[in-house]
Design a protein around this ligand. Structure first.
Ligand SMILES: *[C@@H]1O[C@H](CO)[C@@H](O)[C@H](O)[C@H]1NC(C)=O
Ligand SMILES: *[C@@H]1O[C@H](CO)[C@@H](O)[C@H](O)[C@H]1NC(C)=O
Ligand SMILES: *[C@@H]1O[C@H](CO)[C@@H](O)[C@H](O)[C@H]1NC(C)=O
Ligand SMILES: *[C@@H]1O[C@H](CO)[C@@H](O)[C@H](O)[C@H]1NC(C)=O
Ligand SMILES: *[C@@H]1O[C@H](CO)[C@@H](O)[C@H](O)[C@H]1NC(C)=O
Ligand SMILES: *[C@@H]1O[C@H](CO)[C@@H](O)[C@H](O)[C@H]1NC(C)=O
Ligand SMILES: *[C@@H]1O[C@H](CO)[C@@H](O)[C@H](O)[C@H]1NC(C)=O
Ligand SMILES: *[C@@H]1O[C@H](CO)[C@@H](O)[C@H](O)[C@H]1NC(C)=O
Ligand SMILES: *[C@@H]1O[C@H](CO)[C@@H](O)[C@H](O)[C@H]1NC(C)=O
Ligand SMILES: *[C@@H]1O[C@H](CO)[C@@H](O)[C@H](O)[C@H]1NC(C)=O
Ligand SMILES: *[C@@H]1O[C@H](CO)[C@@H](O)[C@H](O)[C@H]1NC(C)=O
Ligand SMILES: *[C@@H]1O[C@H](CO)[C@@H](O)[C@H](O)[C@H]1NC(C)=O
Length: 492
């Protein structure tokens, strides 16, 4: 019971303090039945922008408020005077606002009966710093009266620190893009001037050809506006890494700017560099590169395989990839593909690699001379395919030349009639542009094969002689019989 009484006492005491002291929604100060609530006693603002002084008041019931007056004077001054007026809601009074504030101060609530004395001061200058005081004029029991509230609001205007807000969408080469720059502060003062500047490569000021800018002001509320400038242009690869600056100029030469680096998605052609014709055993060194942003991912493949070849990145960036094959063999010949994956695009470039090797005159080459006919065969392998020349033919017009090709092998067979061809050699020259090989082919003479011919001859002779002998024997026998017959006939 005692506790409850004490508690009630405490609450009531606290309630009475609240009337003249601090509350959750502001500081109310009362002087009799005249109260003012200034929720922000200390306000900071930035030059070029604006400040809102939130304010409400109450008066004695018999007082009818008609106008609000705001003063700005030194904090040391006990009370501001008529010369310190910065705002007077009565446009017909001779008490004029200081010319420096003309048009810059507006009350948020034009209906005085709402007892809302909030004001907004636009186009702030650093010299606007100071203490602001409110007076309400009106009628008390039918007579002109007014009440100046003691509490003041201190406003400090600092240099402009807020930056514009620059919004850059994803820029893609060749596509139109719109950048927006929003001025800081939502004020209803003078319209700021917004300019765009572009610094090209090397940081020199340049301009984007074919650009267009647009300015617009959005009315948010009666006292808040948003100022926006848009810059529209077609992105190009050259703009990548360059700087765009949005500069805002408020009245009183107050400026603020924001610089942004442009990132343009672009990809240039896929370039393959390196020597594509390599001799067997040498190094195949091909580089595939693509200039792009963001960096492309490059892979090498050998057609028609679908597997990526082992490569290495020569750069810190992955947009240059070198394919190195040491000690190439004929199998390394063929078509290679370099594929660069950039965002959702895949660019390709092809290269034909040829592995060349020296010509080699093969076993099986040689010449045969039979009677007066010389037949020479020269077989040579190489890549590219070699061509075979016979210097011997320079001195002949009558010959037959047969050339057959199988894979990388050429068979050149020449036959011609030669008179008194010595026991010499015949030169075969093979050349495939990679190297020339000469070889002296030995001539194998095929004579009339006397041994076998003689034997055959002897056989014929022998057969003939045998025939003759047999004939003679038969003849003799016949002869003798005949004679014998005659002999016997003689004895008949
Ligand atoms: C005064 O009026 C303005 C504008 O209507 C409003 O935003 C603000 O909240 C009001 N202040 C008070 C204390 O009622
Ligand atoms: C836009 O183009 C105009 C000329 O048409 C130029 O003066 C201005 O600097 C350009 N702006 C930018 C940001 O490049
Ligand atoms: C914004 O308000 C101003 C006056 O405060 C007026 O002149 C202008 O036409 C309005 N603009 C829009 C887009 O409503
Ligand atoms: C773009 O700028 C970045 C960082 O400043 C730098 O690393 C890169 O090399 C630049 N790229 C080009 C193409 O200039
Ligand atoms: C491949 O070529 C590049 C550029 O020509 C060179 O820097 C590199 O050393 C070469 N690599 C080999 C293994 O030859
Ligand atoms: C290059 O590729 C490697 C692995 O493929 C990756 O770890 C690295 O971040 C890439 N570098 C760049 C600059 O993209
Ligand atoms: C190159 O390859 C060939 C065939 O595979 C091999 O005989 C030769 O020894 C290799 N040479 C080198 C230098 O690796
Ligand atoms: C590469 O060779 C293929 C056939 O093997 C041919 O169709 C293509 O045109 C060649 N490409 C180049 C660049 O020589
Ligand atoms: C061709 O004949 C000339 C003159 O008879 C001789 O000097 C030359 O060596 C001959 N060439 C060949 C390839 O036999
Ligand atoms: C020619 O090449 C084919 C396949 O390319 C192979 O099957 C064949 O054996 C080769 N012929 C010779 C004579 O090397
Ligand atoms: C070369 O060609 C000739 C005639 O065309 C033929 O008689 C000979 O057998 C061939 N030699 C080889 C090794 O193919
Ligand atoms: C003739 O050819 C034979 C065998 O082919 C060889 O032994 C001989 O030395 C050659 N004679 C001359 C003069 O070249």
């Amino acid at each position: 019971m005692f506790v409850l009484i004490w508690l009630t006492l405490f609450v009531s005491v606290k309630g009475s303090i609240a009337d003249t002291g601090v509350s959750a929604w502001g500081q109310q100060h009362c002087d009799g039945r005249y109260c003012v609530t200034l929720s922000e006693r200390e306000l900071t603002a930035e030059a070029g922008l604006c400040v809102v002084i939130p304010c409400s008041f109450t008066t004695a019931d018999e007082f009818t408020p008609k106008h609000t007056v705001w003063y700005k004077c030194e904090a040391s001054q006990h009370s501001c005077s008529d010369g310190d007026i910065i705002f007077h809601s009565n446009k017909n009074t001779d008490k004029k606002a200081q010319s420096g504030f003309e048009g810059r101060v507006s009350r948020l609530e034009p209906d005085v009966s709402q007892k809302n004395c909030s004001i907004i001061i636009n186009d702030l200058k650093e010299s606007d710093s100071g203490s602001y005081q409110l007076r309400v004029t009106g009628e008390l029991n039918g007579k002109q009266d007014g009440f100046t509230f003691i509490p003041r609001v201190t406003v400090s205007v600092k240099v402009l620190n807020q930056k514009p807000t620059v919004m850059i969408p994803t820029l893609t080469e060749g596509q139109q893009a719109t950048l927006t720059c929003t001025a800081p502060g939502l004020c209803s003062g003078s319209v700021p001037e917004i300019t765009w500047t572009w610094r090209g490569a090397g940081g020199t000021e340049s301009y984007i050809t074919g650009n267009s800018t647009a300015f617009k002001t959005e009315n948010l509320t009666a006292f808040t506006q948003r100022h926006i400038s848009t810059l529209t242009f077609k992105s190009s690869a050259e703009q990548h890494n360059t700087t765009i600056t949005c500069k805002i100029r408020f009245t009183g030469e107050t400026t603020t700017e924001d610089a942004s680096s442009l990132k343009v998605n672009y990809v240039k052609e896929v370039k393959i560099t390196g020597v594509t014709s390599v001799r067997e055993g040498n190094v195949l060194n091909l580089t595939c590169s693509v200039e792009s942003f963001p960096p492309a991912h490059i892979v090498w493949r050998k057609v028609p395989s679908n597997t990526n070849l082992q490569t290495r990145n020569t750069d810190l960036h992955n947009d240059t990839v070198t394919l190195v094959t040491l000690n190439v063999t004929a199998e390394n010949s063929g078509q290679y593909i370099c594929m660069a994956k950039h965002l959702d695009k895949t660019l390709t470039s092809y290269v034909n690699v040829t592995v060349t090797w020296h010509t080699k005159i093969q076993n099986g080459s040689g010449c045969v001379l039979q009677s007066d006919v010389l037949t020479c065969v020269c077989i040579s392998e190489g890549f590219p395919l070699p061509t075979i020349k016979w210097p011997l033919l320079e001195n002949h017009t009558q010959y037959t030349l047969i050339t057959t090709v199988s894979n990388h092998t050429v068979n050149s067979t020449v036959s011609l009639t030669v008179k008194n061809h010595g026991n010499s050699t015949v030169e075969c020259v093979s050349n495939n542009g990679n190297g020339e090989e000469r070889e002296n082919l030995l001539v194998h003479k095929k004579h009339e094969q006397p041994s076998s011919f003689g034997l055959e001859f002897l056989k014929v002779i022998f057969a003939f002689l045998t025939g003759v002998l047999l004939s003679v024997i038969v003849c003799c026998l016949v002869k003798n019989c005949y004679r014998y017959n005659i002999y016997f006939s003689n004895y008949d």
